[in-house]
Design a protein around this ligand. Structure first.
Ligand code: HSE
Length: 402
């Protein structure tokens, strides 16, 4: 029997305990040994939980128990989660996590620590909830040079945008629903300001390109500035608004990442990724485009990915899984402002002022409603766009993905 300790009995941690218990026999078959929860660490009491006998409040009980081989960190954040992860690895235990903030911020250091001790530090659940994406990139697509990856990486904001677009639900009401369903972060600002998607694109870029990309080097814009008028203009032109994380590798090997709302063409597969679902497109030089789709947040989908990592860790005690990247270097990144796209502009100017500046550069005819003008430009860099926008009063500026 492999003994597991779960740190944090919130949405994901309780889901992990539930899946390990409900699918006990199937998991034992797949792992070729039984896997059971020995401890659950939480500062709260859960007297009615079926796991009530497992609860402890002192991490050193777990740290000092040689019987515990795998620690599951579902606390979140970079405080106690960071300390306990390091202590677990130093105590010779493999660690499995859903904590994207910790992996994006300290992944290089923690992977090094795991590698030096021949331990696993696995984080399939940190991106895309239940969608397999970390293992496919590191294993199934390992034969490829990946040059671009983009996708809908945050279930809460996709849920909010879908509810606004399809049902005219207000932003606040949709956010409350997402919180009720357990999709949103403890501080939902991390979702709506784009930080959660930023952490996820950093993890995917680090994995795809082999160098740690830190969140504070990634331009990040959430959905708080998306208005119903943007939604309306986008719809009339055949687009949906989606929050995307994107990373691109240039031919000189430099990489860029950003997170921002995009107008996505209604025929693009990502346009039909709705509600809490995530969709991620990876482009490799051998495979071309491949898309991953599924439940991007929620208790059991995320637990499904965590438990798969527990099984994998239990099968790799002797020879750890090769899952590493190098430290960042000063020449790792290039500026995303140089990437060329078509752009959606909504401005407070009259149509003829906008036409005077962008007339020849507009790819989509100008539309006007309630004193606002909206249009889509030809392809250009952000730097070139900003120079033109100096002559207008822009209200929304979003990249376009056809
Ligand atoms: N708050 C996150 C989301 C949870 O909505 O996608 C899953 O990482």
């Amino acid at each position: 029997m492999v003994s597991v300790a779960i740190l944090g009995f919130g949405v994901v941690g309780s889901g992990v305990a539930e899946v390990l218990s409900t699918n006990f026999e199937k998991i034992a078959h797949n792992a070729a040994q039984e896997i059971g929860v020995k401890y659950i660490l939480d500062i709260r009491d859960f007297p009615d939980s079926p796991f009530k006998d497992c609860f402890v409040k002192d991490f050193s009980i777990i740290e000092n128990d040689p019987d515990v081989k795998i620690v599951v960190e579902t606390i979140g954040g970079v405080g106690a989660a960071y300390e306990f992860t390091k202590r677990a690895l130093l105590a010779g235990k493999s660690v499995v996590t859903s904590n994207k903030e910790l992996v994006a911020t300290h992944g290089y250091e923690l992977l090094q620590l795991a590698r030096e001790r021949n331990l696993n530090y696995l984080f399939e659940a940190s991106v895309g909830g239940g969608i397999p994406i970390i293992r496919p990139i590191s294993q199934c697509l390992a034969a490829n040079e990946i040059d671009e990856l983009y996708g809908i990486l945050n279930g809460t904001t996709n849920y909010i945008l879908t509810q606004m677009i399809q049902n005219g639900v207000s932003f606040d009401e949709a956010l409350k629903d997402a919180q009720k369903e357990g999709y949103a972060e403890a501080d939902p600002a991390a979702d709506i300001e784009g930080h959660d998607a930023c952490r996820k694109i950093c993890i995917l870029a680090s994995l795809s390109f082999g160098r740690h990309i830190y969140p504070d080097s990634v331009p990040t814009e959430g959905i708080t500035k998306v208005t119903l008028s943007d939604v309306g203009f986008a719809k009339s032109a055949g687009y949906k608004i989606k929050l995307l994380g994107r990373t691109v590798k240039r031919s000189d090997g430099k990489v860029t990442c950003y997170v921002a709302p995009h107008l996505v063409g209604e025929n693009n597969l990502l346009a039909n990724v709705e509600n809490v679902f995530n969709g991620i497109v990876v482009h490799g030089n051998a495979i071309g485009n491949v898309m991953f789709y599924g439940a991007g947040a929620g208790k059991l989908p995320t637990a499904s990915a965590v438990v798969a990592d527990i099984i994998d860790a239990s099968k790799h005690f002797k020879a750890r899984k090769q899952l590493d990247w190098m430290e960042s270097s000063p020449d790792t990144l290039f500026d995303s402002a140089t990437l060329e796209n078509r752009w959606y502009i909504r401005c407070a100017d009259a149509m003829d002022s906008a036409e005077k500046i962008f007339g020849g550069l507009a790819a989509l005819s100008f539309a006007q409603a309630e004193g606002e003008t909206a249009f889509i430009t030809e392809s250009m860099s952000k730097t070139a766009l900003d120079a033109l926008l100096k002559g207008l009063a822009p209200l929304s500026v979003f990249r376009v993905l056809d």
